[in-house]
Design a protein around this ligand. Structure first.
Ligand SMILES: [Zn+2]
Length: 299
């Protein structure tokens, strides 16, 4: 089987040259979509000929014509496909990403179209849950979207309670991280986040909040240490400060309902910061393979 020509690297000139027309983008999508061969969605036949649109495939048995973008996140995209590709490239390779307003100005598209497309990109940036954090993992919570000081408990009004997990590598560097909005700081709220993102044999370190105690049954190495206002966990403190700084910066005007999307976007880039070469291809593959979800603004 032919291997596909993946786009690697961060060179925007090479990117612009390669994806200067819609045709090159349809080819890239089609190569991902049918990487393991063509199977007709209607009759499961594997024989095909060229369809009506560029790089679409038509079943030779039943005549069903499938475009490369159907059943992908590019379906019914209001932005021309080569501009959509450039938006994806910029959002995943720029250190701080880009807001829908910046995208709208740079690519001369309606801000609402950029906002909707950015939402789709964020859906593709959700963790695959395949690689839970391992080794030493620090966990803490913080409030985002309001004053810093607030008692632990239920999220109120605009403020959202967020749980964060951060890997500490043996070389003292920090590794990967994840964050999720939770309803309250109870073990019932913590548990789905732990199960999705932290390996059961990780050396989890939390502060002395009692909400973590019931998790020791499933995470036998979980240790609780005094927080000393965050001073005992400096890497976690810095991580949360950086995350909040980014949210306050270019995304300050964005609605709180979409906070989880921003948390996913931040950590998608953060977890690949030392391995940026394949970030565009990874994201594009997901946008082709993930089922498109209906746009909703609520959590
Ligand atoms: Zn068919």
């Amino acid at each position: 089987m032919e291997t596909r020509a993946k786009f690697t690297g961060l060179n925007s000139i090479k990117f612009t040259l390669r994806f200067n027309q819609d045709e090159a983008c349809y080819k890239y999508i089609s190569d991902i979509k049918w990487e393991n061969g063509f199977v007709c969605k209607k009759c499961q036949n594997t024989g095909f000929c060229s369809g009506v649109k560029p790089h679409s495939r038509r079943c030779v048995k039943c005549g069903y014509d499938e475009s490369p973008t159907s059943r992908t996140m590019f379906d019914k995209c209001k932005i021309p496909i080569h501009i959509a590709f450039h938006i994806i490239f910029r959002v995943c390779t720029k250190k701080k990403g880009m807001s829908s307003l910046e995208l709208s100005n740079e690519f001369e598209q309606r801000q609402m179209s950029c906002w909707e497309f950015k939402w789709k990109i964020q859906q593709a940036m959700i963790s695959s849950h395949k690689y839970p954090l391992t080794g030493e993992v620090h966990v803490d919570e913080c409030f985002i979207g309001g004053e810093e000081e607030q008692k632990r408990g239920r999220s109120k009004g605009k403020k959202k309670l967020v749980v964060v997990a951060l890997e500490k590598l043996p070389c003292k560097e920090v590794g990967r991280a994840y964050a999720q909005i939770i309803d309250n700081a109870s073990n019932v709220s913590f548990r789905p986040f732990f199960e999705s993102h932290i390996s059961k044999d990780a050396d989890v370190i939390t502060d002395e909040w009692p909400g973590y105690i019931p998790l020791k049954k499933d995470y036998p190495k979980l240790k609780q240490m005094p927080s000393n206002k965050g001073k005992n966990h400096p890497d976690m403190h810095i991580h949360i400060m950086n995350l909040k700084g980014w949210l306050r910066g270019i995304h300050h005007h964005c609605s709180k309902d979409r906070l989880q999307g921003y948390l996913d976007e931040y950590h998608f880039r953060y977890n690949r910061r030392n391995n940026m070469d394949t970030i565009f291809d990874t994201l594009l593959k997901r946008m082709v393979r993930y089922e498109p979800k209906r746009l909703k603004t609520g959590k």
